[in-house]
Structure formats: structure tokens, C-alpha cells
Design a binder for this molecule. Structure first.
Ligand SMILES: N[C@@H](CCC[C@H](N)C(=O)O)C(=O)O
Length: 295
């Protein structure tokens, strides 16, 4: 019998499957079935909750967040999922985490620290880099991104543990009108696909700000448009920080359709060694999987 919980972080939603000893046969077919919003439970991603040692992963973090997109493809990291993952471990009593304390979790992108302050969780994604360095930043981007019915726009690649391309638009009306029902075309095509974040700066960029402010929509690799993407908000803040040059702040508020996230990205305008994402984690329901025939 496999128990699951359904949870979300700013409405980026997940099914988490309890598999502490690593006995579950989690196939791409089962993932697609569980993620299906009509035939299954419905989710942007499926997370197997397994002890790192049982999954053959780096046991420096006792628990491995085994993350899968809704199309059955594996991803290195999920920022929103990591907070829900830790909230679930706490609720199950599998870890303890006092206010202000930190726990290391294992992901395909490495062992990463997650901390808690009240109901908010923060994860430090570690080192980041704007691909192409300052020259690409000055030129506005290193790839082009084409949305249906629009000319190609410059996009900036940001390498976290998972891949991102960030595009800036001039106003919220254009952002809201974007058709994200089909994947944006990124050229040259990234070898392992990419998440695409589309942002509109909301703060006055001509003056120094303590806190930058972005509106964002996202098209996720392997899941389509979602209502939030944690690593995507970090990529967006890093790109906006690079574009903004000396005036750009280190601290950002990012509004997504599903809520608000906060990013602290210290470093230079093209690289840094700490990118911290902060936001909520909500557990909605729990239950048991029944034996399903997956076609
Ligand atoms: N929604 C996630 C990212 C999930 C993985 C992504 N689709 C990928 O394939 O890289 C987040 O909150 O970061």
C-alpha cells in the first residue's frame, strides 16, 4: 500500500508518494497517470519521498526528493517542490526542524539546505551563472524565444541546477495575452530542453531599490504552463539583476499567477554562489493509492 499527499507551493502542485525504503516501481506511465487532472490525482509534478541510502543517492541529505515532471521526465530540482517535500517530512515526523533550523535534502541537482521560519520555507540553490557572461547580458540575451503570433524575442539563459531562459516584456497586458498553451520555441534549442520564464519589471528601474519586483508567467519543461515555478523565479530575479546592472537589487519579490515568492541572489551581475528562494508550502490532502492499471 502506497500513501500519498497532495500539496502545493504558490499553486505549483505535486503528488508526493511515500517510499522511505525505496520499494516502489515508479514508472513514467504511473507518473503520467497520477499527474493527469481527470484520470489521476492531478499535479504539475510527482515526488517520490525516499531515503537517499535506499535510492543510491548522496546520503549527506538523509532524504532524496525524487522529482518527476507530469510528462514522466525527471528533473534536477524543483524549488516549490522542495518546500512541500520538507513540510511533508516534518508532518510525517521523519525529520524535526525548529524555527530557524536547517535540513539538508538530496536532489538530482545536489545536496541543498532548506530552512524554516514559521510557515515559510527557504531553499538555497547555491551557485548560479548567467550563460555567456556580461557580454551576453549587454546584448540582451543569448537565445531567441518565439511565442505564437509574435516575432522572436531575446532570452537570457540562466544555469541553476535545472535550465532556464528568461524573457522580458514591456507591460502586464502583453504578459497576460501570451499564448502559453504551446511550448515557446527557443533557438538554438537547449540540449536538454528548458523552462521559460516571462517577466515584467514592476519597480522603478531608474532608481536604486532595496527590493526588486517582477510579475512572471512560466512554461515549464515537462509540465507546460504552471501557476508558479520556484527555480524559475530565482532565474527571473538573476536575469533581471543582470539586466539592471549596478542599480539592480539583490533582493526580489516575484508575483506569479499562484502567489508571491521571494529571492535573495547575492553575487556579481553574472555569477554568484547563493540564490535563496522563500515561500509557503501547503499540504492539502492525503490518501492511499489503489492498484491501478496504467495503459
Ligand atoms: N516547478 C519547479 C521546477 C520543476 C522542474 C522543471 N519543470 C524542470 O524540468 O526543470 C520549481 O518550482 O522549481
Amino acid at each position: 500500500m502506497t500513501t500519498f499527499v497532495k500539496g502545493h507551493g504558490t499553486e505549483n502542485d505535486f503528488v508526493l508518494l511515500d517510499d522511505p525504503e525505496g520499494t516502489l516501481d515508479l514508472t513514467p506511465e504511473l507518473i503520467r497517470h497520477l499527474a493527469d487532472r481527470r484520470a489521476g490525482l492531478g499535479a504539475d509534478g510527482v515526488i517520490r519521498v525516499v531515503r537517499s541510502a535506499a535510492a543510491g543517492q548522496d546520503a549527506a541529505g538523509e532524504w532524496f526528493m525524487d522529482y518527476w515532471n507530469s510528462d514522466g521526465s525527471a528533473a534536477e530540482m524543483c524549488g516549490n517542490g522542495s518546500r512541500v517535500f520538507v513540510a511533508h517530512l516534518l508532518r510525517r515526523g521523519w525529520i524535526t526542524l525548529g524555527d530557524g533550523d536547517e535540513v539538508a535534502i538530496t536532489t538530482r541537482g545536489g545536496v541543498l539546505p532548506v530552512s524554516r521560519r514559521g510557515d515559510l520555507f527557504s531553499i538555497d540553490l547555491g551557485a548560479w551563472q548567467v550563460a555567456g557572461g556580461p557580454a551576453a547580458v549587454t546584448a540582451g540575451g543569448d537565445v531567441t524565444v518565439t511565442f505564437p503570433g509574435m516575432p522572436p524575442l531575446p532570452g537570457l539563459s540562466v544555469a541553476l541546477s535545472n535550465p532556464h531562459v528568461v524573457v522580458v516584456l514591456p507591460d502586464v497586458a502583453t504578459l497576460e495575452a501570451l499564448d502559453l498553451t504551446v511550448p515557446p520555441v527557443v533557438e538554438p534549442a537547449p540540449p536538454h530542453g528548458t523552462n521559460v520564464e516571462i517577466v515584467v519589471p514592476m519597480h522603478d528601474q531608474s532608481i536604486q531599490n532595496e527590493l526588486g519586483h517582477l510579475r512572471m508567467r512560466v512554461h515549464e519543461r515537462g509540465s507546460g504552463e504552471t501557476r508558479s515555478c520556484g527555480t524559475g523565479t530565482v532565474a527571473a530575479a538573476i536575469a533581471a539583476r543582470a539586466w539592471g546592472g549596478d542599480l539592480a537589487p539583490d533582493h526580489w519579490r516575484v508575483d506569479v499567477p499562484g502567489g508571491t515568492l521571494y529571492v535573495d541572489a547575492e553575487g556579481t551581475s553574472s555569477e554568484g554562489d547563493s540564490a535563496k528562494l522563500t515561500g509557503p508550502a501547503v499540504i492539502v490532502a492525503e490518501g492511499e493509492l489503489v492498484d491501478v492499471v496504467v495503459s
